[in-house]
Ligand binder design. Structure first.
Ligand code: HEM
Length: 464
């Protein structure tokens, strides 16, 4: 066990804060590399970068203050707006105040648990398409699991949120979204050092091109939907018809477009990464993988995965939760103080950036025993209940908690169960992925894995 834990991909924190130039480089390349060891040990940590205050908050009681109890004193702020605003406008993810509140109300109904269950057949069908693609590959083919999972979750988000909207080219859209996000770490770095908005950076033209292409694709979809309304209960119809119960106002086409793009971007890459890191961890822990496979076989009776099975996959869900502890797809939550506040005796001036470094909180030595070890038993119901809710934050907390949390959890379990039933994935020998924070926590050079396992046997068993 110890040897496996020692091999797990992690980022070795520097003992002392890095000098300014190395910090700036790390912010563009991989900000977690600049997080000093204190973030994994202390309650709160203050740093200054080029005259600007950045406060890192790690203690669960302080996190609760920022995200829940005193949430009104904090907003998404300039860094988030600059990084995502040009593409996502003032949509739900980055809006603040009353503009955020009514957009959240407008989409909440679509994400209620009983409604999300209706999406399960689409989720399983998409996983089965990935399974069929893998089955058609030569034996022991190597795939990039990160790419495969992105394709699968993109398929799911389009089919569940925009069913029947045939005019989208999913490949082009996926490429445009990925390419747009690529350059975002530059924008974040520039915002953090207070550089003017017009400061050029590598990839700036590609970024503009992709944003324009994405907007054009979605605008034509909205036009088409206006011409042929009545597609039913999908996100697009929901957004086009939503009205604010307080003011009676509805979304204009730009709001609709920005929210569509928000759900497409926020709603697929994160889940894809949760799955990618789960496959990685399972490949290094064969005994846990066998237990997951055993549970899937017991729950499905050896047949294909069906919607009613998903909520019975208790251990499988624990494994996904533990994977999101070690590799949280949203590894950093950012806020800006709206007014002067005091946190744990630290003066935080209005305008200061407040970071909740989720990756470090999830490996904090005061919160987790043997934090770098993969151990799904941490999420047994009793153990999870005994823990402070704000020590585990893959989906955030408080009013801005991920609206897609239930969706993502069902989706991850459905995809994992469908694929694990038929395959085993083996990490390329000697390969250690580098977790790199680029808006989300990705394996820097992908996740090369070989497909093994008895696909044909399980196909026969399922009668497919
Ligand atoms: C494993 C998958 C996912 C993870 C780890 C994740 C993580 C997060 C986190 C941490 C936040 C809060 C950010 C903050 O407080 O600043 C958030 C917000 C959000 N997420 Fe997710 N997410 C996932 C999947 C999804 C899915 C599937 C959807 C939609 C289908 C979605 C849509 C959103 C939206 C719209 C928000 C903004 C909510 C608001 O501000 O009111 N996410 N997500």
């Amino acid at each position: 066990m110890l040897t496996q834990a020692a091999r797990l991909a992690r980022i070795e924190p520097p003992d002392q804060p890095l000098p300014v130039f190395r910090r700036l480089r790390a912010i563009v390349d991989n900000p977690i590399k600049a997080w000093p060891r204190a973030l994994y040990r202390d309650r709160i940590y203050r740093s200054r970068l080029l005259g600007r205050d950045i406060i890192y908050v790690m203690a669960p009681d302080l996190i609760r203050t920022v995200l829940l109890d005193d949430a009104d004193s904090f907003e998404k702020g300039e860094v988030a707006r600059r990084a995502l605003g040009p593409a996502l406008g003032d949509a739900i993810l980055i809006a603040d105040g009353s503009r955020w509140r009514w957009q959240r109300r407008a989409v909440a109904a679509l994400f209620r648990q009983e409604r999300i269950r209706d999406f399960l057949p689409d989720m399983i069908a998409a996983a089965e398409r990935t399974r069929d693609r893998w089955q058609a590959m030569p034996p022991a083919a190597e795939i990039d699991v990160a790419h495969e999972m992105t394709q699968t979750t993109f398929d799911i988000i389009l089919r569940t949120m925009l069913p029947g909207r045939g005019s989208i080219d999913p490949d082009l859209m996926e490429r445009s979204v990925t390419s747009y996000l690529e350059s975002t770490s530059w924008v974040i770095a520039l915002a953090m050092v207070g550089a003017p908005r017009w400061t050029p950076f590598p990839g700036i033209y590609r970024r503009h091109r992709n944003r324009k292409r994405l907007h054009a694709m979605l605008e034509s979809l909205i036009l088409e939907a206006r011409r042929t309304p009545g597609h039913g209960n999908d996100l697009l119809t929901h957004l086009m018809t939503a009205t604010d119960p307080e003011t009676g106002r509805s979304m204009d086409p730009i709001d609709v477009r920005n929210n569509l793009l928000t759900f497409i971007t926020a709603g697929h890459e994160t889940t894809a990464l949760a799955l990618t890191w789960t496959f990685y961890l399972l490949s290094l822990h064969p005994e846990i993988e066998q237990r997951v496979k055993g549970e899937i076989a017991a729950v499905t009776g050896g047949g294909p995965v069906r919607p009613e099975h998903i909520e019975a996959l208790g251990f499988t869900n624990q494994v996904i939760q533990e994977a999101m502890r070690l590799y949280p797809p949203a590894a950093l939550i950012v806020r800006a103080a709206r007014r002067d506040v005091v946190l744990d005796g630290e003066q935080i001036r209005a305008g200061s950036t407040v970071y909740i470094p989720v990756y470090a909180v999830h490996r904090h030595e005061k919160l987790w025993s043997d934090p770098d070890r993969f151990d799904p038993s941490r999420f047994e119901p009793e153990a999870a209940k005994a823990r402070d809710r704000c020590s585990y934050l893959p989906f955030g907390a408080g009013p801005r908690i991920c609206v897609g949390q239930g969706f993502a959890q069902m989706e991850a379990a459905a995809v994992l169960a469908t694929l694990l039933r038929s395959f085993q994935l083996e990490l390329r020998p000697g390969y250690t992925p580098e977790p790199r924070l680029r808006v989300t926590l990705r394996p820097a050079t992908g996740m090369p894995m070989r497909i093994t396992g008895s696909a044909r046997e399980s196909r026969q068993a399922s009668g497919n």
